[in-house]
Ligand binder design. Structure first.
Ligand SMILES: C[S@@+](CC[C@H](N)C(=O)[O-])C[C@H]1O[C@@H](n2cnc3c(N)ncnc32)[C@H](O)[C@@H]1O
Length: 311
């Protein structure tokens, strides 16, 4: 207990305390009953919401608002945190969560059922860990394609963090983390051969093959250096559009990279600086009503190209 004048807090060095806090936040603010197994990564709600909101504002917002959208969460983990929070942050979305760990898939499935979200969240146990986007593996739940041939509006990924235990220790030392505050979880959650760099290089290569079957490919990275290497690989894969984001929560920073093999649509050109309703009118070619300035699509396209062309 805190004494008079002292600030109450919880013991962030205690995994149990952090677990209870996150369960409470999910319950109170998102009406989600989520079991977070003690042997698995305990996701912080703010950081997960941050990435989802980035996708909502930078990817989903440029699609017509009446459209039903599907997203893939690569490596959903035992919590299934992104799909669960995702259907709250973007009610027009359905999700497919994948994972290579059968215990995580079982726990994720129980969380989906506990919240009666089976209609909105599907799960896929990916037996081949060399694949990140198993769209063509038998049994993968593919939604119907849209008018442009895309099955999914986006994919997202919080990749395993380290190449091995020595990288984990090294990064913890660099951040000067006190014992107890370093990341804990299952080996599959923490480690991947070659680290996040190699994992995400594989994702870019798969995206080059799948092309327009997913409208926007996105991933989070834990290291800024990974972002630059990844952006170069995405350029080499001839993506048409690239976007970068930085997610800051407290003392922690993460980076997001998004890329697409679609050219900019009339809808997203019109959306710049306007409400979705105005964008719909413009994309459909009807004249603007009072208050709307005219848009020269060529100018907006070059502005956008300059903005995205920073790599
Ligand atoms: C850092 S954890 C992220 C878990 C959860 N999404 C979160 O943010 O708390 C990475 C996850 O990726 C999974 N994973 C690793 N390789 C994978 C692959 N090829 N396909 C799907 N999932 C994979 C791991 O089992 C683990 O659950």
């Amino acid at each position: 207990m805190a004494g008079a004048g002292e600030r109450s807090t919880i013991d962030f060095g205690s995994p149990d305390a952090v677990r209870v806090l996150n369960r409470a936040l999910l319950r109170v603010y998102f009406d989600l009953d989520v079991h977070l197994p003690s042997d698995s990564l305990c996701p912080t709600v703010a950081s997960r919401l941050n990435y989802l909101e980035w996708i909502r504002d930078n990817v989903v917002a440029e699609l017509p608002p009446d459209r039903r959208l599907a997203g893939i969460d690569i490596g959903t983990g035992a919590s299934c945190i992104y799909p669960l929070l995702g259907v709250r942050a973007m009610p027009q979305c359905t999700f497919v969560g994948t994972d290579i760990n059968s215990d995580s898939i079982a726990a994720a499935r129980a969380n989906v059922c506990r919240n009666s979200l089976e209609e909105k969240i599907g799960l896929f146990f990916n037996v081949d860990r060399s694949i990140k986007l198993p769209l063509d593996v038998p049994g993968f739940p593919l939604p119907p394609t849209d008018a442009d041939g895309a099955s999914f509006a986006f994919c997202m990924c919080n990749p395993p963090f380290y190449r091995d235990e020595s990288e984990r220790r090294q990064l913890a030392r660099m951040k000067a983390l006190p014992p107890g505050l370093d990341t804990r979880g299952k080996d599959d959650e923490l480690y991947t051969a070659g680290g996040e760099e190699e994992f995400l290089a594989g994702l870019v290569d798969e995206s080059a093959v799948l092309g327009k079957r997913i409208r926007w490919y996105t991933t989070m990275t834990g290291k800024k250096a990974t972002l630059a290497a990844l952006a170069a690989r995405v350029r080499a894969a001839q993506a048409k559009r690239i976007r970068e984001g930085r997610l800051v929560q407290g003392k922690t920073t993460r980076w997001v990279l998004a890329w697409s093999f679609f050219e900019q649509t009339r809808f997203c050109l019109a959306l710049r600086h306007r409400s979705p309703a105005e964008a719909m009118r413009r994309a459909c070619g009807s004249p603007m009503r009072a208050g709307g300035e005219n848009v020269d699509p060529a100018v907006e396209a070059s502005e956008e190209a300059r903005r995205e062309d920073r790599h």
